[in-house]
Design a protein around this ligand. Structure first.
Ligand code: C5P
Length: 237
């Protein structure tokens, strides 16, 4: 995606409690970015209305619902939200091969349906957090294993941390790599564990960066977004 502008590769996470706050943030960032991410907090409060409202203003929506249930239920959920116009939708790769295949089949059956992204290991998890769930592989090994499952199910989008992006780029050149856990140098990591700067994630092969609090909680969100866009542009060269 080297020829695609940073404006189309930076996804701002609208992790706010309601529609008015989300739309106010969209307004503050107008024309700076193309993609906004609607996650569980906002979606459960507003439903598909918020997807429609953000799209009406000309933006693309990444619906981050991280679906994880039995195959039949996830396929139904994918069908329910697919008509809403989101461009990307997440499912948890840990749901397993049958769930991933059912999700992909359901998404592919909807004309203009979203691109599915498989969430591998959350960026808030380090080796200790992962081990506590019974997974004894390192985060890196587990990400690669789950990415392979998603690929075998026909899914061509992956969410992982910047620590795995170079290995994923090599293993899955045909998949879109969407990377959260992005922190400009000196920024607070918050609950994120596997973090990197915008420049290093882009240099390692990320297609899209997901950034929430470093932009939305900045005193000047537009200036914070612009600084990240500039860093992404410089990293492409
Ligand atoms: O505020 P911050 O930049 O940490 O926000 C990151 C966003 O990316 C959050 O909305 C979070 O839900 C999402 N995300 C993540 N790690 C994943 C998948 C999604 O942090 N593996």
């Amino acid at each position: 995606m080297a020829d695609v502008s940073p404006r189309e590769r930076l996804i701002v996470a609208l992790d706010v409690p309601d529609g008015p706050k989300a739309l106010a943030m969209v307004q503050r960032l107008r024309n700076l970015v193309q993609w906004f991410k609607v996650g569980l907090e906002l979606y459960l409060a507003e439903g598909n209305r918020i997807v429609e409202k953000v799209r009406e203003q000309g933006y693309s929506v990444f619906l981050d619902l991280k679906l994880h249930d039995i195959p039949n239920t996830v396929a139904g959920a994918v069908r329910s939200v697919s008509a809403g116009g989101a461009g990307m939708l997440t499912v948890h790769a840990a749901g397993g091969p049958a769930m991933l295949a059912a999700a992909q089949e359901a998404a592919a059956a909807v004309a203009g349906g979203p691109k599915l992204l498989a969430v591998t290991v959350l960026t808030s998890m380090d080796a200790a957090q992962l081990a506590a769930t019974g997974v004894c592989s390192s985060p890196g090994e587990q990400v690669l294993r789950l990415a392979e499952l998603a690929h075998e199910a026909g899914i061509r989008g992956l969410v992982a941390s910047s620590q795995e992006v170079a290995r994923l780029r090599a293993a899955h050149p045909d998949s879109a790599l969407v990377i959260p856990g992005i922190r400009p140098a000196g920024a607070n990591a918050g609950d994120q564990k596997r973090v990197a700067t915008p420049a290093s994630a882009i240099a390692d092969g990320a297609d899209y960066l997901v950034v929430g609090r470093p932009i939305t909680q900045a005193a000047d969100p537009a200036a914070a977004a612009q600084a990240i866009l500039d860093e992404m542009e410089a990293a492409k060269r």
